[in-house]
Design a protein around this ligand. Structure first.
Ligand SMILES: *Cc1c(COP(=O)(O)O)cnc(C)c1O
Length: 374
């Protein structure tokens, strides 16, 4: 048992169940489980193993360091990394059989040089900007990047194995922009094939599109959020999608004490007790990734009841006003979990603080120990 009085508990059987469910949604398409940002805060290596066990033939990460960490941990399956700046250790990644995204002409130049250094061709996925307005090239520049990529393929320095893009508004079901992006993607693929690329995988769908838009599944879908059992669709519970949240955040109370009516609580006294009561201290704060915006709004569960956070969230602690509840130091508080036992969910926290469930789970700090079940 760790000395830390709080922990993230991750249910790996939930991860496996979610990935199996996503494979059903994907139909004949393969599934790339996106495990960037330490698997959305759940833990890169244990989650990746669970995802592989459940049939994820691909894993996807943003950073090269995350891809190399997976290889160092013994993962040998297909793996794509997509975010790097000039001067990155691309040769090391090519030697480790990591597929690389190529989002811009400069990147193609560096991948070519790195492949020559590594002594083997780089497997690349050319990134088309179909309307996200972020990474990749828009269609006019796409044609140029394609020509250079096919030339590098002829030299034996790269294999253009994929064409890919990302959707901006797939969480808004039936939004026109999805159709518009789909059409640009189809055109980008047509151009790539005409230029001489033999594509292994064409991929566009995130979680929302995996769940709602079979027309954009192509050969491979890239769910992140849904793999962790959270819903990308506003107003749709994970259980309705056959998904189960895998993360629970819990802590042990460090102090429970009586307090008089009229007592200000925490920095700035933004909360004042209304009657004689008890205050309980929870050893988690913004240093652990608890949003300070949760002050006086988010709820937690203690002894089967919910309590709203009293006063400001501090760096390492927050406070509850628990009235007459029977509670003592050492009692367990659930900040959020799957919601089965009436505890708040990451979605509830997101709504309380004005953000998205993605951010609530991903921001839980690295100093909070992770514990794995199932
Ligand atoms: C994060 C990310 C995903 C996964 O998105 P979800 O909405 O979590 O499913 C897929 N593709 C790319 C390029 C991403 O950056």
């Amino acid at each position: 048992m760790s000395s830390y009085p709080a922990r993230v508990s991750v249910d790996l059987s939930a991860i496996r169940g979610n990935v199996e469910r996503l494979r059903e949604y994907a139909g004949p398409a393969q599934v790339m489980v996106v495990v960037k940002a330490d698997a959305y805060g759940h833990g890169l290596i244990p989650v990746s193993r669970a995802a592989r066990d459940a049939g994820a033939s691909w894993l996807g990460v943003a950073q090269l360091s995350e891809a190399l960490a997976l290889r160092n941990a013994g993962d040998t399956g297909r793996l794509l990394a997509w975010l790097y700046a000039p001067g990155a250790p691309l040769a090391e990644c090519i030697s480790a059989d990591i597929d690389l995204s190529v989002p811009a002409p400069w990147a193609l130049g560096e991948v070519r040089a790195a492949a020559a250094e590594a002594g083997r061709p780089a497997r690349i996925h050319l990134k088309l900007d179909t309307g996200m307005g972020r990474s990749g090239q828009f269609l006019p520049e796409w044609t140029l990047m394609l020509q250079e990529a096919v030339a590098a393929q002829t030299e034996g320095l790269v294999e253009v194995v994929g064409v890919w893009s990302h959707l901006a508004r797939a969480d808004e079901v039936d939004h026109d922009s999805v159709r518009a992006q789909f059409e640009v993607f189809a055109e980008g693929i047509r151009l790539a094939e005409a230029a001489g690329a033999h594509l292994e995988v064409r991929h566009l769908a995130n979680s929302a599109a995996t769940l709602t838009e079979p027309a954009v599944h192509y050969d491979l879908v890239r769910p992140g959020l849904a793999s962790y059992g959270l819903s990308p669709l506003p107003g749709v519970e994970p259980s309705r999608l056959g998904l189960r949240p895998a993360m629970r955040l819990e802590a042990e109370l460090t102090v429970v004490k009586d307090a008089p009516a009229g007592q200000g609580v925490s920095y700035g006294h933004t909360y004042t007790t209304r009657s004689d009561t008890q205050l309980a201290v929870v050893p988690l704060g913004y240093g652990d990734g608890i949003p300070r915006h949760a002050s006086n709004v988010a709820e937690v569960q203690l002894g089967g009841h919910r309590y709203r956070i009293a006063g400001r969230v501090c760096m390492d602690q927050l406070v509850l006003d628990i009235g007459e509840a029977q509670a003592a130091a050492g009692d367990r508080v659930i900040l959020f979990g799957p919601g089965d036992d009436g505890e708040p969910t990451a979605q509830d926290w997101a709504e309380a603080v004005g953000t998205i469930n993605y951010e609530i789970v991903t921001r839980v700090g690295a100093r909070v120990p992770r514990e794995y079940l199932g």
